[in-house]
Write a protein that binds this ligand. Structure first.
Ligand code: ZN
Length: 134
């Protein structure tokens, strides 16, 4: 397993980029609007692109991240681990009685499949699993 990204929830993506990209100096990989999830995201490269910081800004009021931010404020939102076989990892977690937000992987347009593990099972941290297209 590898660290794919750490995600930070922000209210204003451009203001966050002024810090993470301009002041801190992390290279910006891409900015994208994910209409289905009601978010705008920016990926900044760490370790020469081996992993990333993801900045997530909600663009609608009905998104999970808005609810999350109303409770926690902006800040560290989730840790994403890249795995080779997401079904195998989900089955293993289920066998251990872990609470899965996505018991089945969800597929993104680029073919990446992901699933979230509930923070109740991960000691307060929202954990995302990624399986990149081969
Ligand atoms: Zn993520």
């Amino acid at each position: 397993m590898k660290l794919d990204h750490l995600a930070i929830a922000v209210a204003d993506l451009d203001a966050a980029l002024a810090f993470y990209r301009d002041a801190l100096g992390l290279p910006l990989t891409r900015v994208e609007a994910v209409e289905r999830e009601g978010v705008r995201v920016a990926f900044l490269s760490l370790d020469d692109g081996a992993s990333h910081l993801e900045l997530v800004q909600p663009t609608r009021d009905d998104t999970g991240i808005v609810k999350w931010m109303s409770k926690h404020g902006p800040g560290m939102h989730h840790v994403c681990l890249a795995v080779a076989d997401i079904e195998a990892v989900l089955a293993r977690l289920a066998a251990h009685g872990c609470e899965l937000i996505n018991p089945q992987p969800v597929e993104r347009a680029d073919g990446t499949r992901y699933a979230f593990i509930h923070p109740r099972s991960a000691f307060g941290v929202l954990v995302e699993l990624y399986e990149k297209p081969k």
